[in-house]
Design a protein around this ligand. Structure first.
Ligand code: B12
Ligand code: SF4
Ligand code: SF4
Length: 408
C-alpha cells in the first residue's frame, strides 16, 4: 500500500490527515473520534478492562504533590523526590506527547481467600496483586501492542508505554480519562469494578478527543481511613507512605520502625485493608489473566514454610514475581516481624533462633524483636497484642465475610 501523508489540522483539531490502513483508501482524513473508539475496542481485545483518553494537564495536582513531598510522606522513596513536580507534567517525560491513553487491568485472582488468611496469624498474607507474575512486563507488552496497532492506522505516530515506570501521576491521569475516581484511600476506583486493578498508559502525540472525569462517589464514607492498621491515610486522599504497610514491607530497605511492627500482623508483602473495606469492591471483577492467579500456593501458605526458604530457593521460586524485587533480606525481615506477631509457638521460636546470624544485622534485630514478642506471649505471660489493631482486623474480617462473600 502506498502511504501518502498530508498533514493539516481541521478547525476542531480532531481530524488530522494521516494515512489510513483501509482497503479502499490509501490516504485519508483520520476521524479521531472514531479512532478513539477503535483504540478502546482494541484495548479491550488486548485484555484491558477499560481504556480512556486524557490530556496531560495535571497542573491542578502540583500543589498537592509538592505538599506531599515537603511533608516527606515519600520517606526513603528517593525516586519520588527526584522528579519533583515533573510528575504532574507528562509532556516533560515524552516530548511531543499531548494525550495519555490510560488503561485498566483487573488483577483480583479467583478464590482470593482474604479473610481466611487474615484470620490465621501463622499464615502469610501477601497482597493479592502480587500472588502471580509481575504485572509491569505483561501490561507494558500489551500497551506496546496497542501502540503498534494505532501506528498501523496512523503514520508518524509516536508513543511510549508506561506502567509505574514513568515519573507521572497515573491515578489523576486515569481519573481524567474517565476510568474512575480517586477515593479517600488515594486509589482509583470505579462503580462497576471497585479498585482491584492496575493502571498503565500510552503517552501519544495525536489529538484524540478526551474523556471526562467521573463523579466522586465516596460521599460521607470514611471506612478506608478508619480501618487502616497504621493510620497511614492521614487525611482524606492523603497517604503518608512512611506509615503504609505497603511501603514498610516493599519499599523500605532498612529496619521497620518498631511502632508499626505489631500493627502489621501477618501482612508480609503489601496490604489490602483499605480496599477490602471499600463498599465498591463488591462490584470488583475477577481477573481473567492466568498470570495474576496465585503461584506456589502463595495465597495460602504458612509463614514458617516461607521462612525456611534459603536465598537460592527464594530467587528461584520468585522468578517473574514482583516479590523478587524486595530481595531476600527484606523478605526475611518481613516474615520475622509476622512470626513475632503470630501466637506463641515453640516451632516459631526455634525457627527464629535458627536464623539468627544467618542473614544480616538488620534481620537479626527484627528476629530479636520477634523472639521478645513470642516470649511475652508464652501462656503464663500477659498478652501484648495491640488490642486496637486486633479489634480492627477482626472488624475487617467480619466486613469481608459479609460484604465480599465471593472473595472472603
Ligand atoms: C509511590 C507509590 C506508592 C507508595 C505511595 C502511595 C501513594 N498514595 O502515593 C506506596 C508504597 C505506599 C504505595 C502503596 C500502594 N500502591 Co502504589 N504506587 C505508587 C506510584 C509509583 C506513585 C504514586 C504517586 O505518585 N504518589 C505521589 C502522591 C503525591 O500522589 P497522591 O497520593 O495521588 O497525592 C495527591 C494527594 O495526596 C493530594 N495531596 C497531598 N497532599 C496534599 C495537600 C494539600 C493541601 C492538597 C490540597 C492535596 C494534597 O495531592 C497529591 C497530588 O495529586 C504509583 C504509580 C504511578 N506512577 O502513579 C503506584 C500506584 C498508585 N500504586 C498502586 C497500588 C496497587 C498500590 C497498593 C494497593 C499496593 C498494595 N496492595 O500494597 C498500595 C495502596 C496504598 C494506598 N492506599 O495508596 C496502583 C494503584 C491502582 C489504583 N487502582 O489506583 C498504582 C497506580 C500502580 C499501578 N501502575 O497500577 N504506592
Ligand atoms: S495499604 Fe494498608 S497500610 Fe497502606 S493505607 Fe491502605 S490500609 Fe493503610
Ligand atoms: S472506603 Fe469509602 S471513602 Fe474509602 S475509597 Fe471506598 S468509598 Fe471512598
Amino acid at each position: 500500500m502506498n502511504h501518502n501523508t498530508k498533514t493539516h489540522l481541521s478547525s476542531s483539531l480532531l481530524r488530522l490527515e494521516c494515512t489510513l490502513n483501509q482497503s479502499n483508501s490509501t490516504s485519508n482524513n483520520i476521524d479521531y473520534t472514531q479512532l478513539a473508539l477503535d483504540i478502546k475496542k482494541w484495548g479491550k481485545e488486548l485484555g484491558f478492562n477499560d481504556v480512556g483518553v486524557s490530556d496531560l494537564d495535571l497542573s491542578a495536582q502540583e500543589p498537592g504533590l509538592l505538599s506531599w513531598l515537603a511533608n516527606n510522606y515519600h520517606g526513603d522513596m528517593s525516586y519520588m523526590a527526584k522528579h519533583g513536580v515533573s510528575r504532574a507534567r507528562g509532556g516533560d517525560i515524552q516530548p511531543g506527547a499531548i494525550r495519555a491513553i490510560s488503561a485498566r487491568m483487573d488483577y483480583l485472582p479467583t478464590n482470593a481467600q482474604f479473610s481466611i488468611i487474615l484470620k490465621q496469624p501463622d499464615h502469610a498474607y501477601i497482597s493479592r496483586y502480587a500472588l502471580g507474575r509481575d504485572y509491569h512486563k505483561l501490561m507494558r507488552k500489551r500497551l506496546k501492542q496497542l501502540g503498534d496497532k494505532i501506528a498501523q492506522h496512523c503514520e508518524n505516530f509516536n508513543f511510549r508505554p508506561f506502567v509505574d515506570s514513568a515519573p507521572i501521576l497515573e491515578r489523576p491521569l486515569a481519573e481524567k480519562a474517565g476510568l474512575g475516581w480517586i477515593g479517600k484511600h488515594s486509589l482509583l476506583l470505579n462503580q462497576q469494578a471497585g479498585s482491584w486493578f492496575f493502571l498503565g498508559e500510552l503517552l501519544v502525540d495525536i489529538p484524540l478527543p478526551v474523556d471526562t472525569k467521573p463523579k466522586n462517589e465516596c460521599g460521607k464514607c470514611v471506612a478506608c481511613i478508619k480501618i487502616c492498621p497504621t493510620q497511614a491515610i492521614v487525611e482524606p486522599y492523603i497517604v503518608d507512605a512512611r506509615r503504609c504497610i505497603s511501603y514498610l514491607t516493599i519499599e523500605l530497605k532498612t529496619a521497620i520502625p518498631e511502632e508499626f511492627r505489631p500493627l502489621m500482623g501477618n501482612r508480609i508483602y503489601g496490604c489490602d485493608d483499605c480496599q477490602l473495606i471499600c463498599p465498591w469492591n463488591k462490584f470488583a471483577k475477577l481477573s481473567v489473566e492466568d498470570d495474576f492467579q496465585a503461584r506456589d500456593n502463595l495465597d495460602n501458605v504458612t509463614l514458617l514454610e516461607l521462612y525456611a526458604w534459603d536465598e537460592a530457593t527464594f530467587l528461584k521460586k520468585m522468578e517473574g514475581s514482583p516479590i523478587r524485587r524486595i530481595g531476600y533480606e527484606c523478605w526475611q525481615r518481613n516474615i520475622s516481624v509476622a512470626l513475632g506477631n503470630a501466637h506463641y509457638d515453640m516451632t516459631i521460636t526455634n525457627a527464629l533462633s535458627y536464623k539468627l546470624g544467618a542473614i544480616s544485622t538488620m534481620v537479626d534485630e527484627h528476629i530479636e524483636w520477634a523472639l521478645t514478642q513470642q516470649n511475652l506471649k508464652k501462656p503464663q505471660q500477659p498478652t501484648i497484642f495491640s488490642p486496637k489493631n486486633k479489634r480492627l482486623t477482626e472488624r475487617l474480617i467480619r466486613s469481608i465475610e459479609k460484604g465480599l462473600p465471593r472473595d472472603a
